[in-house]
Write a protein that binds this ligand. Structure first.
Ligand SMILES: [Zn+2]
Length: 90
């Protein structure tokens, strides 16, 4: 099944979306259970579902790296501005 909030394929039966943390309604859980039974009869759908996981983790990893670079550049910029103000005032 797919999460109503973020639209990602959910491979859990805990009642909470592992991607955005949205609570799943009873109705959605029933659809998921039905979906699971159908997947057991069609094994090729399971590989399709698990195939999405590595892509998600790889994407979030590169995003975190980019955020880290932006944060470091931001701190350097703020420090440069503070030094400039101190130099101009002193
Ligand atoms: Zn979600």
């Amino acid at each position: 099944m797919h999460c109503k909030k973020c639209g990602k394929a959910i491979g859990t039966d805990r009642g909470i979306c592992p991607f955005c943390g949205a609570m799943l309604s009873k109705e959605q859980m029933e659809i998921y259970k039905q979906d699971k039974r159908e997947n057991m009869m069609k094994p090729e759908l399971l590989t399709e579902k698990y195939g999405e996981k590595p892509v998600y983790y790889e994407k979030s990893k590169s995003d975190n790296k980019l955020i880290g670079i932006i944060l470091v550049l931001g701190v350097i910029l703020i420090l440069a501005v503070i030094i400039l103000i101190v130099v101009l005032n002193g």
